[in-house]
Ligand binder design. Structure first.
Ligand code: NAP
Length: 508
């Protein structure tokens, strides 16, 4: 009999009550996690974590100071040597146990994420499944790290190449995928034998705190993972980036912050991975399956409420089908139910905060002023929370800011093109290069685009590309390095070469 593969389901979670929410929140650790212990901040400071669907305070958590940051790095540094010597199989078993534990607690993780970030429960479940898969994938990769041994071409020496953990890492993660952006870094680092300091986004630290607790319960030794949530991101992380004990910085977030961190990291030539912003083109050719293209656009645009680096930001449609495509997309987006993520039937939650909502509205208003036509939405939803209507803009002119800047909201800007060459030129006309989506039934055209588009990832007839077994990452100003896949663990490994004298040289 084939054994069941444990995977969280995407079925809606029915019947979450206010009492369920309170009970879960009361069980979440709220301290800093340093050296295997939960601590208060060194100055006793705390900050509020709020529900973006109501603005209400969910819980208060410790607010790390620069001193706490240094204590976290000291703990990671102290644990590094022993952790690097831990047998790979032991590290693999911890990751596998963590996969099982996160999967078993999928409902708790999903509810917590919905409460702190706003996404609908079914989507939060999807993120738990995705985030957990990095634990399973890298548990399987742990024992596969290897090197090589060769006779030098001149026969006079031997070449031994080995892989070693990079050493203590600093991880800075964003609010939009509070669990998966952490597991995508933590799992390969554990697999490679690195210790870590994680600084999650201040808006959404709770998923990371629960995950740290789960890893601890699964046997991760003290000091291997340390978590310092803070309202002073720059002040806490800058001294760590210039501290010689730190050997690697992995950042997921916006391109402007990534650029600034790269400059700081240059001082000690730190190894870096940068998963930065995107501005994804979504190209629909005249020969596309229109139903599949509209399904794909819904996914690429509205997954995570549009608050995703992979979100379709520039929908480019062949002029011959633009009218039909737009009519169908408007119909689907109009029917997208907006509400609190815990309510059954909700398909679109709130934006994460007022600043994000204001920026979305600013870009919509700017596009209209530049000549775009508002086909749907374009307004705040009345009531508490940071809700914004699903919005479609058509005839968006090239000068509109929305085609240059990440919109990070449920707004679909549609433009048209006449030829394949024009579509490629429009798609590549951006400083970003994370992902693109192409809808066509012509295989040769899809292959041509896979070579012509300046992106790290391409979706062909699909609106989603993220997969723990595939290398995620961008080119141009979308970043450096890859997460997931066989490539993901390489970000946490150094190559060491040992030259060995010819063993026959002294033989008689
Ligand atoms: P962000 O403002 O750049 O923040 C990301 C992280 O950096 C947060 O933890 C933030 O902390 C921290 N941070 C901010 N300023 C800092 C500084 N001066 N020094 C050190 N850390 C600092 O981005 P966001 O708004 O949270 O996330 C959205 C962005 O992330 C978008 O651009 C999106 O495209 C990108 N993203 C990229 C990927 C990818 O894989 N390529 C995936 C997801 C998201 P606080 O929030 O606590 O201030």
């Amino acid at each position: 009999m084939t054994p069941a593969i444990p995977t969280p389901t995407l079925a809606p979670v029915a019947g979450v009550t206010a009492a369920d929410e309170r009970a879960l929140l009361a069980s979440i650790p709220t301290g800093l996690f340093i050296g295997g212990e939960w601590r208060a901040a060194s100055d006793g400071g705390t900050f509020d974590v709020c529900d973006p669907s109501t603005g209400a305070v969910l819980v208060r958590v410790a607010d790390a100071t620069p001193e706490d940051g240094r204590a976290a790095l000291a703990a990671a540094s102290a644990a590094q040597k022993a952790w690097a010597k831990t047998p790979p199989r032991v590290r693999a078993e911890i990751l596998r146990a963590a996969f099982d534990a996160v999967t078993a607690r999928a409902d708790d993780f999903a509810l917590l994420m919905t409460l702190e970030m706003g996404k609908p429960l079914a989507e939060a479940r999807g993120e738990v499944a995705y985030g957990a898969e990095f634990l399973r994938w890298f548990s399987e990769e742990t024992a596969r790290v290897s090197g090589r041994f060769a006779v030098a071409p001149d026969g006079r020496s031997r070449l031994m190449v080995t892989k070693r953990p990079v050493g203590p890492c600093l991880f800075i993660t964003p609010w939009n995928f509070p669990l998966a952006m952490a597991t995508r870094k933590i799992a390969p680092a554990i697999a490679a034998g690195c210790t870590m300091v994680l600084k999650p986004a201040a808006l959404t630290p709770l998923s990371a705190l629960l995950f740290a607790q789960v890893l601890h319960e699964c046997g991760l030794p003290a000091g291997v993972l340390n978590v310092v949530q803070t309202t002073s991101a720059g002040a806490v992380t800058a001294p760590l980036i210039t501290d010689p004990r730190l050997r690697k910085l992995s950042f997921t977030g916006s391109t402007p912050v990534g650029r600034a961190l790269l400059k700081n990291a240059a001082d000690q030539v730190l190894r870096v991975s940068m998963e930065l912003g995107g501005n994804a083109p979504f190209i629909v050719f005249e020969d596309a399956d229109l139903n599949a293209a509209v399904d794909g656009a819904m996914l690429a645009k509205l997954r995570n409420g549009g608050e995703a680096c992979t979100a379709a930001n520039r929908i480019l449609v062949h002029e011959s089908i633009a009218g039909e495509f737009t009519a169908r997309l408007v119909e689907r987006m109009r029917a997208h139910t907006v509400g609190r993520g815990t309510e059954p039937g909700t398909l679109l939650g709130p934006l994460v905060d007022e600043a994000t909502r204001a920026k979305v509205h600013e870009l919509v208003t700017d596009a209209q002023a530049a000549g775009a036509h508002l086909a749907l939405g374009g307004r705040y939803v009345d009531g508490p929370g940071y809700f914004y209507e699903p919005t479609v803009l058509t005839d968006v002119p090239g000068a509109a800011r929305i085609l240059r800047e990440e919109v990070f909201g449920p707004v679909a800007p549609i433009s048209t093109f006449a030829t394949e060459e024009e579509a490629i030129a429009l798609a590549n006309d951006t400083e970003f290069g994370l992902v693109a989506y192409v809808f066509t039934l012509d295989l040769n055209r899809a292959l041509r685009l896979s070579e012509e588009l300046d992106v790290g990832m391409l979706g062909v007839n699909t609106g989603i590309v993220s997969n723990p077994a595939a290398p995620f990452g961008g080119v141009k100003q979308s970043g450096l390095g890859r997460e997931g896949g066989f490539e993901g663990i390489e970000e946490y490994l150094e190559t060491r070469y040992v030259g060995i004298a010819d063993p026959f040289a002294s033989a008689h």
